[in-house]
Structures are given as C-alpha cells and as structure tokens.
Design a binder for this molecule. Structure first.
Ligand SMILES: [Zn+2]
Length: 298
C-alpha cells in the first residue's frame, strides 16, 4: 500500500493522440468536438477524489459515445505508437505496484473500472500502474460508498504503524497472520478504505506467503544464533532487522513480520525449530488416465 504522485498529463493531447490515424472518422470527430467535456469530467473527478466522495461521480455514457468507443480509445492508448508515450508516462509513475507495495508494476488499472465508468477509460487520473495480480484481484470493483479501496493518487496514507503480524502455530507448523490496527492519524472513513483495500486485494494471503519465504531464507541463521547465544541473541538479531525495516518503510510486510517475530516468545523458543517452508505448488505425480478403448467408446 503506497501513495504515488500524480504528474500532470495534458488530457487534451492524450485524447487527440488516441484518435490519430484511426479509420473511424465519426469517432475521431466526436472526440475532437467533446474535448472540453472530457476535461470538465476530469476536473470533477479530481475535485470529488480530493474530497473522498468519488462514489458520487456519474457512470453514464455521454456525448453519443458508446461503451465500445471508450474501450477502443483505451486500446489505442495502450497499443498505438501515436499515444503509447502517454501510457508509458503513467506506467512510469511507480515501478512498484502501489496497491500491494511489493510486486513490479506491469499494467495500468482503471481505479473506476471502465466496464462501469466507460467515460473515464482514458482519463489519466483514473489510470494507475500496478502489478497484474492486483489488477486481476481488484477486477471490476465498483468503488461504491463505504466499500472503496485506496486511491494511490488522492487518498491519505497513515504515517502511523497499522500493519501487524501474528506468528501462530497451525498443524505443527508456523503460520504468519497479517491484520490491521486503526491508525490514530486517520478518520474512520479513511481507515475503512485501508481495511477494504487489505481485504479485497487479499493482502494477508500475499504477505503470509512472502513472510514464509523470508523466514525460510533466514531460518538457518536464526537457529545458529539461538544455539550460540540463546533466545536473547536471537531476539537482538530480530530487533535489528525490525528497526532496519521500520526506517525503510513503516507499514511494509517485512516491518510487521520482524516486529511480530521479535515479540513472540513462542517463535523464538519453539517456532524456529518446527518451522517448515510450505510451497504453494502441489506435490506428487499426477496419475495417468488410461486411454479409452476406441472400439468400446461411442
Ligand atoms: Zn500489486
């Protein structure tokens, strides 16, 4: 979960480039004739987003545009050599996905999905660089009142630690459970967005897998520290890694992980010896299905 800075893009230029050289001259004229209304809608988008009331925005198609026109324009923005420079410019706003804060941005997401808000299909304020997992998981979420996710250009992000992790024993193994605390510097409305964001994008699942991989890579060293200096030496080491991560990023999955580990007496005494890395890949060899007898099959 990361805030990113929106850098100004001339919407008028982007629109003109999206229809440059297209065969559908009616669509081209319609875009030229309605540039001012596209810009007005965008100004209104910004105003509502800044006031945390984007749910009030109209989802209607306007100025004789149909849904297919708007998705066509988005296709041009992404694929046409005339307008690709704008797509790449928005992609450049953040190399790391602002939704999960972990993976590399590889596509543009429509914060208000183009399926439900087609008139914002190419509005740069509605386009966010993100990873393909978050883009797919977020899907066509409608961003209705009280079920909105964080808008990385406009929403307030907490400066207080709110991401926590509990290390727990499940089925004789160690599991990492992420959850949120209400930060003191956000209103209830702002926090609701953080919570919805965390739930919808299944960040607990993603962070738990990352935590398991991270501990797997450290477990040899952790056991060695315990054998050499006992629980105190191990906790000292976890403290150091925690503070190092805290300084880098207050609400990262790693900061929460090392805080949870260093505070867990159980992990430091027993958990490190039962921890087993569980891969997501299924094990075993798939059984072969016998080839049906041709003569008997119908
Ligand atoms: Zn992501």
């Amino acid at each position: 979960m990361k805030k990113i800075k929106y850098k100004n893009i001339e919407y008028q230029n982007l629109l003109i480039k999206c229809v440059e050289g297209i065969h559908d001259t009616n669509l081209q004229s319609n875009v030229y004739n309605n540039i001012s209304s596209f810009k007005e809608r965008s100004t209104n988008y910004k105003k509502l987003a800044e006031r945390q009331t984007l749910y009030q925005i109209s989802s209607e198609l306007k100025n004789d545009f149909i849904y297919e026109n708007m998705t066509f324009l988005y296709g041009k923005l992404r694929d046409s050599s005339h307008s690709r420079t704008y797509y790449d410019k928005i992609m450049g706003f953040s190399k790391i996905c602002p939704y999960c804060g972990v993976q590399i941005s590889s596509s543009l997401d429509h914060y208000l999905p183009k399926r439900h808000y087609p008139m914002f299909s190419v509005d740069p304020m509605n386009l966010l660089p993100c990873c393909s997992d978050c883009n797919t998981t977020k899907g066509e979420h409608k961003q209705l009142q009280e079920s909105e996710t964080l808008h990385p250009y406009f929403d307030k992000y907490s400066n207080v630690r709110f991401l926590e992790m509990d290390v727990i024993e499940i089925d004789d193994n160690v599991a990492f459970q992420y959850y949120l605390n209400i930060p003191s510097d956000l209103s209830m409305q702002e926090y609701r967005k953080v919570a919805k964001h965390f739930e919808l994008l299944e960040l607990n699942r993603m962070y738990s897998i990352l935590a398991s991989t991270e501990v797997h890579s450290q477990i040899y060293n952790l056991k060695k520290l315990y054998k050499e200096g006992g629980k105190e030496a191990l906790q000292q080491n976890l403290d150091d890694i925690y503070y190092s991560n805290l300084h880098a990023e207050i609400n990262s999955w790693k900061t929460a992980l090392y805080d949870g580990l260093r505070k867990s007496e159980w992990f430091c005494e027993k958990g490190i010896f039962i921890f087993e890395y569980v891969s997501d890949e299924s094990e075993g060899i798939e059984e072969l299905i016998p080839i049906p007898n041709k003569d008997k099959s119908i």
